[in-house]
Design a binder for this molecule. Structure first.
Ligand code: CP
Ligand code: NVA
Length: 306
């Protein structure tokens, strides 16, 4: 039996646990493509709490639960009023009385931690202002599929020191890939998260120069310059991130077989050009698909017992 209840942060798992989950996800994906279902969650339900919009997270969890024989309940931002209409602790205890698991996409990271503390059933983090562990788990699955390994690869993250950058740093603290972050001054990731990853992995570096970061990279990763909740900063951010667009010139500095990744939604012409998004190095739709396979592995691990 695993010694964890929730999936809130990649650092809650050991290297071996992360690799085992990825392995399980890969196997379930192969089985699904071969027409072999896995009804591991028959009769189980997942409450999905959203404080922010979503396409991939909602659809991949909802369809993933259905494929596993279970049910997923969508709760829109206006439905629950998490922390406003009702306290997070009360909602956690109420949802746990009806459901076998809770998935939450919230603003404050503290709110998923609180859900985890109060809920008697597993809680899965579907993105907070701090991190997005389900996304990077799916990204690692995509890298494994395309490269056969994660060890020794050079991953270049070009963009904002946001929730995705934090989950990449969290992953680098557990797995042996090199991580070069290219982030403009003023938009750095959380200092403690960065130092913890850099202390665990000598291959973690931060530069202001996207060209330096992508030099010889096996993976180029980018994300929006303006995350959900920061919409009023769009103009300021567009100016600050000038020169950080992943375009064909930048991709040309990476390894010849580099893969280009984006968690989506993409702002074409800002953090990534059409040419790169739709070009031969892009694996963005494999990545989107893998959200479902990676999360199914997490769901079965957490909710499959009993
Ligand atoms: N990548 C991702 O989480 O997409 P959504 O915001 O559409 O769920
Ligand atoms: N950094 C982005 C990721 C979206 C999946 C955001 O938080 O809006």
């Amino acid at each position: 039996m695993p010694d964890y209840k929730d999936f809130l942060d990649l650092r809650d798992r050991t290297r071996e646990e992360l690799l085992a989950t990825l392995n399980f996800a890969e196997q379930m994906k192969i089985d699904l493509k071969a027409g072999k279902g896995n009804p591991a969650l028959t009769g189980k339900s997942l409450a999905m709490v959203f404080q922010k919009p979503s396409a991939r997270t909602r659809v991949s969890f909802e369809i993933g639960m259905w494929q596993l024989g279970g049910y997923a309940l969508y709760l829109a931002p206006a439905d629950i009023g998490l922390g406003k209409r009702e306290s997070v602790a009360d909602i956690a205890r109420v949802l746990a009385r009806y459901n076998d698991g809770i998935m939450a996409r919230v603003f404050a990271h503290e709110h998923v931690l609180e859900l985890g503390r109060w809920s008697e059933v597993p809680v899965i983090n579907g993105l907070t202002d701090y991190n997005h562990p389900c996304q990077v788990l799916a990204d690692l699955l995509t890298i494994l599929e395309h490269k056969g390994r994660v060890e020794d690869l050079k991953v270049a993250f070009v963009g904002d020191g946001n929730n995705l950058s934090h989950s990449w740093l969290n992953a680098a603290g557990r797995l042996d890939f090199r991580l070069s972050l290219a982030i403009p001054e003023g938009y750095d990731p959380d200092a403690e998260t960065y130092s913890e990853a850099a202390a665990a992995n000598a291959g973690v570096i931060l530069t202001r120069d996207p060209r330096e970061a992508v030099e010889g990279a096996d993976v180029i990763y980018t994300d929006t310059w303006t995350s959900m909740g920061q919409e009023e900063e769009v103009a300021k951010r567009q100016a600050a991130f000038a020169g950080f667009t992943v375009d064909s010139d930048l991709v040309g500095l990476a390894a010849g077989d580099v893969i280009v990744m984006h968690c989506l939604p993409a702002h074409r012409g800002e953090e990534i050009t059409d040419e790169v998004m739709d070009g031969p190095h892009s694996v963005v739709f494999d990545e989107a698909e893998n959200r479902m396979h990676a999360q199914k592995a997490v769901l079965v691990e957490l909710m499959g017992q009993g």
